[in-house]
Design a protein around this ligand. Sequence first.
Ligand SMILES: [Zn+2]
Length: 478
Amino acid sequence: MAALMIILLLIVLFIALILYRTLRFLPKESVKPDSGEVTFDAEKSIEALRKLIQCRTISYYDNSLEDDSEFLKLESFLSELYPNVIKTCERINLHKRAILLRWKGKSSDKPSVMMAHYDVVPVEEDNWQKAPFEGIIEEGVLWGRGTLDTKVTFGGVLGAADTLIASGFTPEQDIYLAFSGGEEVSGESAIKIVEYFDKNNIKPEIVVDEGGAVVKDVFPGVKEKCGLIGIAEKGMMNVSFSIESGGGHASAPKPHTPIGILSKACCDMENNPFPMHITKPVREMFDTLGRHSSFIYRMIFANIDIFKFVLDMLCKKIGGELNALLRTTVAFTQAKGSKAPNVIPPTAVFTANLRLNPMDTVESAEKRIKDTIKNENVNVTVMDGVNPSPISETGCDAWNKVASAVAGTWEGCIVSPYLMVQCSDSRHYGRISNHVYRFSAMELTSEERASIHGNNERIKTENIGKAVEFYIRLLRQC
Ligand SMILES: [Zn+2]
């Protein structure tokens, strides 16, 4: 009887502890929104973006398909669209697909770098409802490839700098505007720019590039707008699983064909996901947004150390975005067999695309694949790979500047760190700065996010001015 009482008492205490922690898990004091007045010509920024969209700056992995004249056209527009920037800033030429501008500040020891890319991915023009390179505006929406990704931030930072220079503003510190015309094909320009900084001992205090955005309904149980700033990005690798066989006719097969063996390897990978890790960006995201969540979710996030296994189980079952934040993911994307339905393939290949959690590396992931499939007849080959980026600091001056500009531009939005699951040019900056922040200055719906790299990419014109406002708020603090 006494033992039962003790067990009951322990259960009650356990529940009380969980509830106590949940009730105390309240929103933290957030960063003070930048509240200075901002004035600029919104119409002008919309017109400028229209002109940028009219340049077909399409990048191709086969560079010979690119139209240099379109890239030069865009460059030639800059002195007309942003005359003060072009007059005031020094251009540093490093690569034909790079525009690096130095805006001299009162000092040079803590410079900032504002990044963007002005190239775009190709379009399937027939599938668009409106022409992708004409800059058509209808019902408050500007249509065009590159509107969201990411000529809006390219134009946003240039428009902001132009406005500030016109008003007589000089930044406290040097500001570099670092633009790439080859980001979409992992071009060299960002690498060249980072090499230049490194060689000249320029250590950026703040780096801002595309990444998170202002979004709604992405975090469980949170209704408010969230401004997500990426403080790290996952790595990426492509891996082939191949098997050689004697080939032969399909009429008398062995018990397991090459495709059967590869399928087993594929199932082994899918049934044994990489372990879950709550890394710093995700832990901080849970600790910020979780506090604004509904009761049940708040209970989970307030007691994440206890409920970790529930989260792990759920994520393994559901997959998707939350799962991607927590572990290295594996997606099988390609398969190749023989040339005819009645021939056993002499070589069969499966390909998988992995996104590496900050705890993993290309090397550790490769080892885990081999340990998981445990089959020496399957050749596991890393085709290419990039390690995850280092994780940037939060709660420091640099973070506060970016966060306050976000909070000042989008009123009432909760600013939170997060882990970016895509790759961007900013990963190259990890070796020269631990203040690299990934934020696309826009409020985006899930539908808009889906149009990036897809058909009918378009932007609400009110978003164009918001990007300029964000950069004005940020640049004034640099
Ligand atoms: Zn982009």
